[in-house]
Ligand binder design. Structure first.
Ligand code: FAD
Length: 498
């Protein structure tokens, strides 16, 4: 069935006339494509802004009854947050923005419309913290924790969001309200599991399912004790601001390495010694962009950074006492010496000292989009630290065919590896950029992705996570114990229209 005036009236009766629209200029704002998309997103038929879980459930039921598509959105940062076909009802969840912090039991209950900028400073005031995705202050913590990927830059001394998800309230594709974990037995939000089968894996799994198994209307996330000073001092005004973590218990050091195996050895040794709060092999192209204020500035600095920090290992030490910091520093410098790392020049290292917000809630990463090219991530997955480093090494087998011919930006080492849980495993991401004004740009990007997948298939690498099902998911699914077959069965069990 298609969208009609009658459906519009039914939806308006749920949320009230004030919270539904089909004005074209508002629809246009919610279909504007991001630069990397070759074609425009289809327009949604209307936008509804529910305020409660019950309203979300009613909207889903109306869509089901009239056989309409629907989707949830908070920020619209990724393509799956846009309509994918005609007859789509777009649910903007910005009104659902309540949060509650339980300091004693260390968890926060959040609705989808709560943003990092709202939650993180409050949590930190209580000496607590959580791993915020690099998406920036406007992103939704609930989406990161319950819906999408979730890898983040502080997961070395912490972990991925899938480990921190507690009770969840969601609306299933059948329009039913489901409460998981300790909520099922009316015992509160504190636990992801309760008697009976655990649903945590189904709600988000490892890499998230982008809302395909239901709309999450509320969830609780576990909070960690905050590492480093609770106060972060700001100087200047955004975007030319600096952020400092003052005091004797926080230091950041950056080293450069000549080859990825040495980086791997350093990460494993640091994890074994259980020192440092954050460890990352960072990517140098976004780093240079974050360090500069314009495209011209970037091109002035790029050759220097490319030569000086092709493989930066960033280490943040955050301790409870100055003595503990000195102890960790001694071990760190021993490990770096043994693994042949060298400290980078002070002018570059100082950038980190002056931008310590990078370790919690990233206010600068969006500036990488400024250069004007199109970005795309590949090799976005997780496995052991050694596996991720092997994948990093294999990139040189195919990337030069693309960088040397100008098909993608010439930054062959532009991949990051971030260990998790003290290097028990790690995530990776190769971020590449191409010229979106080049008529062959999209084709080049697709060829590059295909070359990357071919290397994964050749070596049986877990170079990208498996998601979805059907013929396109089969190749990857086979590398993950036939995950695509399980995914199909789960989707069919949950979704009457699958
Ligand atoms: C510059 C940049 C950096 C990023 N860095 C990271 C990173 O470090 N780590 C990371 O994991 N991701 C990252 N992302 C990807 C992504 O934006 C994040 O996962 C983000 O947290 C998504 O939140 P959002 O509010 O933007 O959601 P949206 O973009 O609005 O939605 C994302 C997806 O979730 C679905 N969705 C939204 N709300 C709900 C809901 N309540 N229930 C079910 N489904 C829902 C949408 O339909 C869509 O499929 C980055 C993106 C950008 C642009």
């Amino acid at each position: 069935m298609s969208f009609s005036d009658q459906v519009y009236q039914e939806l308006a009766a749920v949320v009230g006339e004030r919270y539904i629209t089909r004005k074209d200029f508002i629809l246009a704002g919610n279909r504007a494509k991001t630069p990397e998309m070759p074609v425009a997103h289809p327009s949604a038929e209307c936008i509804v802004c529910p305020a409660t879980t019950e309203e979300v459930a009613e909207i889903v039921s109306i869509c089901l009854r009239h056989d309409l598509r629907y989707l949830a959105c908070v920020t619209g940062c990724i393509p799956s947050a846009y309509a994918s076909g005609p007859d789509t009802v777009f649910m903007h969840l910005k009104r659902m923005n309540h949060m509650e912090i339980n300091v004693e039991d260390r968890y926060a209950i959040i609705e989808p419309g709560v943003r990092h900028v709202q939650l993180y400073p409050e949590v930190r005031k209580h000496g607590l913290s959580y791993a915020a995705a690099a998406v920036g202050p406007g992103g939704s913590p609930l989406v990161t924790y319950a819906v999408t990927g979730g890898d983040n830059h502080v997961q070395y001394g912490a972990s991925r969001p899938c480990r921190y998800l507690l009770g969840v309230e969601m609306v299933t594709p059948e329009g039913e309200i489901l409460r998981t974990g300790s909520l099922q037995t009316d015992s509160g939000w504190f636990c992801a599991d309760s008697p009976g089968p655990s649903l945590r894996g189904l709600v988000r799994g490892y890499s998230g399912n982008n809302g395909k198994l239901g709309i999450i209307t509320k969830c609780a996330i576990a909070l960690d004790q905050c590492k480093g000073p609770a106060e972060i001092r700001r100087e200047g005004i955004s975007p030319h601001h600096k952020m400092f973590m003052d005091g004797d218990c926080s230091r950041v050091y950056v080293f450069n390495y000549e080859n990825i195996q040495d980086v791997c050895d350093a990460m494993l040794a640091l994890g074994e010694a259980e020192i440092a709060a954050t460890v990352q092999k960072y990517f140098y192209l976004p780093l240079t962009l974050m360090m500069t204020d314009s495209a011209n500035d970037f091109f002035k600095k790029w050759e220097y950074c490319k030569k000086t920090v092709p493989m930066p290992l960033v280490v943040h030490i955050a301790t409870q006492s100055p003595e503990e910091r000195e102890y960790e520093e001694k071990i760190l410098f021993d490990i770096v010496h043994e693994t042949k790392g060298t400290r980078i020049p002070r002018d570059l290292e100082m950038w980190w000292e002056e931008h310590m917000d990078y370790f919690m809630i990233v206010t600068r990463l969006q500036s990488v989009l400024r250069l004007g090219g199109s970005w795309f991530p590949c090799k976005a997955s997780a496995e052991s630290v050694q596996h991720m480093c092997d994948i990093g090494e294999s990139i040189s087998e195919f990337i030069y065919d693309f960088t040397d011919t100008g098909k993608i930006f010439d930054a062959p080492e532009n991949y990051q590896i971030i260990p998790m849980e003290y290097s028990h495993f790690a995530s990776s991401e190769l971020l590449f950029m191409w010229d979106r004004f080049n008529p062959d740009g999209f084709k080049n990007m697709m060829e590059f992705m295909a070359a990357s997948s071919a290397t994964d298939a050749k070596y049986f690498y877990h170079g990208s996570t498996s998601s979805g099902y059907g013929p396109s998911a089969e190749k990857k699914g086979k590398l993950y114990s036939n995950a695509h077959i399980w995914m199909e069965q789960i989707q069919k069990a949950f979704d009457p229209r699958a």
